[in-house]
Ligand binder design. Sequence first.
Ligand code: E4P
Length: 218
Amino acid sequence: MKFFIDTANLADIQEAADLGVLDGVTTNPSLMAKEGIAGQDRILKHYVDICNLVDGPISAEVISTDYENIIREGEALAALHANIIVKVPMIKDGIKAIKYFTQKGIRTNCTLVFSAGQALLAAKAGATYVSPFVGRLDDISTDGMALIAQIRTIYNNYGFQTQILAASVRHPMHIIQCAEIGADVMTGPLSAILALLNHPLTDSGLAKFLSDYKKVNA
Ligand code: E4P
């Protein structure tokens, strides 16, 4: 399973990249706003900065909701860097645009997916990635991970090449469950990735090894 980090924070991206396990980055307009990245020129430059930190797929989201402008925006984003993935919302014009981008060889990430039907449409349009939002479903007392499993079954049934990018991952158990189900990619914050490191028996075991070493190597 590939690990993407879901942030526009360059320090977090660098820290995850330094760990050596980072495969890509996802962003969205809220994450860009959180970092205070505003204005078209700054936004585009920030995507290039991210591309220069991580050599992997970098999702950059369009903010248009009509076909012509999604195409215009998406083509400009794709022209920024070979690693840019155009992130398109799951709406009618978004699906039409994904079909267009697919035919043009531009890679896409269909975002804001909350149902199996939406994921089926994204795959039929040829999306490179589909992003079901696990955490946001959990937030409304719906089993987000069950959706990942449902999409996995459907895609396997027909050999769809669209990669399942489990998004809105919030904690380490989400990551483990995604791996058990067979999501192709998960994207989450740095905290969820780093939390995978932790186990109290690792901490106590290491402390004991080091103190035993010191006892005879003083
Ligand atoms: C997907 O790519 C989104 O950027 C993201 O995963 C949303 O996560 P959130 O629900 O924690 O905001």
